[in-house]
Ligand binder design. Structure first.
Ligand code: GDP
Length: 291
């Protein structure tokens, strides 16, 4: 992991996005990466590399339990990914359309990533956080019982499409399986599935619907742990280690490194944007060992 305090290009980056800073100030203190870089080292690590922050709590012998060196970008690479997710007149980030079935989905040439998770896991909040540099984007939420659940497609400039899949849960497994199964199996430009798990409660029975589906279809997927601001560090570390063990022993297609995030503090959001930019082929980083 690039040592935040030692990064040589930091001075240049601090001066860089004045326009971006002006633009984003009303929305969040932490949206302009230049502001993030001004944080004290410990705060910066907690915000940008939450897994590395947790690793400090581990006794030295067990440090290898968290696979945090697999996707290991430096701060400059993370800053470059921010521009992909920043809306400008030349980089349009927008809601495109919704579809109930794959044959109604827009036919798009760009690489695609999709987000799946049970209802209430924090999916809409996470997608809103990922799009916080494009505040005009409306992340549609359809939660009313009986309301048709749809896949929502968002264009991220010329770079990629992000798909918000319907949430699954007690009442929705059939919907989810019918609609999502076909998409996951047949969408040709789908590069990666992001499977959300609530870090407060860990992997639930309903999460297994999605895990089993990804495994069965041999999909490459990534586990994102949501709401990390809600737990104490001790509880979070316990959950993270449990989930890491589950991934190591029970999965084939899951990316071995976990991505903890908070849509409230923005912890982990910058790193996740950088990962998405990387796996869609839009950003080469030195620090990825395999994908
Ligand atoms: P969805 O059903 O998966 O789209 O979940 P939502 O994004 O609507 O979130 C469900 C609930 O969890 C809402 O009350 C959110 O405010 C809350 N929530 C979502 N993400 C976070 C988070 O990162 N931290 C905290 N503290 N609450 C969150």
């Amino acid at each position: 992991m690039a040592a935040p305090g030692l990064w040589p290009g930091m001075g240049r980056l601090l001066e860089m996005p004045a326009a971006l800073r002006r633009m984003s100030r009303p929305y969040s203190t932490f949206q302009a990466f230049a502001e993030v870089l001004r944080l004290p080292k410990q705060q910066l690590t907690k915000l940008v590399f939450p897994l590395q922050d947790l690793e400090r709590q581990l006794v030295p012998d067990s440090k290898s339990e968290l696979h945090l060196k697999i996707f290991d970008p430096n701060l400059e690479e993370i800053a470059r990914a921010e521009s992909i997710f920043t809306a400008t007149p030349r980089n349009r980030i927008e809601y495109l359309s919704s579809a109930e079935r794959l044959d109604h989905a827009p036919d798009l040439p760009r690489p695609e990533v999709c987000f799946i998770g049970r209802s209430n896991v924090g999916k809409s909040s996470l997608i809103k956080a990922l799009f916080s540099l494009a505040p005009e984007v409306e992340v549609r939420v359809s939660k009313k019982p009986g309301h048709t659940k749809k896949m929502n497609f968002f264009k991220v400039g010329k770079y990629l499409t992000l798909v918000d899949m319907p949430g699954y849960g007690y009442r929705a497994p059939e919907d989810f399986v019918d609609m999502v199964e076909t998409y996951l199996k047949e969408r040709r430009n789908l590069m990666r599935t992001f499977l959300l798990v609530d870090s407060v409660v860990g992997i639930q029975k309903t999460d297994n619907i999605a895990i089993e589906m990804c495994e069965e279809f041999a999909l490459p997927y990534v586990m994102v742990l949501t709401k990390i601001d809600k737990s104490s560090k001790g509880h979070l570390l316990k959950q993270v280690l449990q989930i890491q063990k589950f991934v190591d022993t029970n999965t084939q297609g899951c990316f071995p490194q976990l991505f903890p995030v908070s849509a409230v503090t923005y912890s982990g959001i910058h790193l996740l944007r950088c990962f998405i930019a990387n796996i869609t082929g839009n950003l080469k980083t030195d620090g990825i060992q395999f994908s």
